[in-house]
Design a protein around this ligand. Structure first.
Ligand code: HXC
Length: 271
């Protein structure tokens, strides 16, 4: 099971009762933890990714853990027709969508010089264009008329030009910019658009790829709070941004990284 908020949560257990969230990348990792956090506070959820089998298993486990409904809908965020179909199915099933989490992402360690053109484009397409595709579909299918909350999942890689991360760093910089542009354009429709920039988080595919084995301890020594974060800490930040504690917050990037970006070296295995 994911390490998501449990009964110790500081949020009222039913504060999202009646709401519906669509979470891209919600079958695994951080976004599965975010989904669990939302569901533990009364929300029903749709999770999307490319892998139907992963979605089905996660949806069943999330339902069992939280008592809320969760539907897995296979969709590639790079394909607008699949994204629109996911919203159509969500609305047919639940009649509404209140929260969209743009979490689908792709990453691997590679120096820019050896990235193929297609490798760079692939990560840009998943992270940046995928975030646009999903946000636009949310807007045109439901949010334009009803308002809503978008939370994009970014990173801190581009703040200091992390080595081996030109592709995701460039894509996440676009996500940060898109957060502000959409917040400005859509605020009048009652839509808040915010962003979370997680630092190194335990038990995630990203950290398995970027900080394998012993490198983790070396990185932890460089982090002001002295440890990797927990998935539940990203879920809690998300709950804050979609809650009524944040009704005047839009266009912001909330860094949740234990202070890591200011002090931690890049993901360079030989450093
Ligand atoms: C160099 C690579 C590579 C690698 C793939 N490519 N892996 N290049 N090093 N390790 C190249 C391929 O050769 C190909 O280029 C191009 O990228 C596309 O690869 P495909 O496998 O065809 O693409 P696809 O099936 O769409 O897979 C996308 C993916 C994959 C990003 C490459 O890793 C993926 O699906 N990842 C999703 C899960 C994931 O990455 N989660 C971690 C997110 S962590 P050519 O030229 O050969 O065709 C995260 C956190 C960031 O985002 C922040 C951390 C702090």
């Amino acid at each position: 099971m994911s390490d998501a908020p449990t009964p110790h949560s500081v949020f009222r257990p039913d504060f999202l009762a009646g709401k519906v969230a669509l979470v891209t990348g919600g079958g695994t990792g951080i976004c599965r933890g975010i989904t669990e956090g939302l569901m533990r506070h009364g929300c029903r959820a749709v999770i999307t990714s490319r892998k139907a089998d992963v979605l089905a298993k996660s949806a069943a486990e999330l339902e069992a853990a939280t008592g809320q409904r969760c539907l897995g809908i296979p969709a590639d965020v790079r394909k607008p027709d699949e994204v629109e179909a996911a919203f159509d199915r969500t609305l047919a099933e639940f009649g509404r969508v209140d929260i969209v989490i743009n979490g689908a992402a792709g990453n691997f360690l590679a120096p820019a010089a050896s990235l193929s053109y297609n490798a760079f484009r692939t990560v840009m397409e998943i992270d940046a264009i995928g975030t646009f595709n999903v946000s636009k579909a949310a807007f045109s299918k439901y949010f334009r008329e009803h308002g809503g909350n978008i939370v994009n999942i970014s990173a801190t890689l581009h703040y200091r030009g992390t080595p081996l991360q030109t592709h995701p760093g460039s894509a996440k910089a676009a996500v940060d910019a898109m957060t502000r542009h959409l917040a400005v354009e859509w605020g009048g429709a009652g839509i808040r658009v915010n962003c979370i920039a997680p630092g190194p988080i335990d038990d995630t595919e990203g950290m398995k790829r970027l900080a394998p084995g012993d490198t983790k301890r070396k990185f932890e020594q460089q982090i002001p709070l002295g440890r990797f974060g927990r998935i539940s800490e990203i879920a809690d930040a998300t709950l804050f941004l979609v809650s009524d504690a944040a009704t005047y917050i839009t266009g912001t990037v909330l860094v949740v990284d234990g202070g890591a970006w200011m002090t931690m070296g890049g993901f360079v295995p030989w450093e």
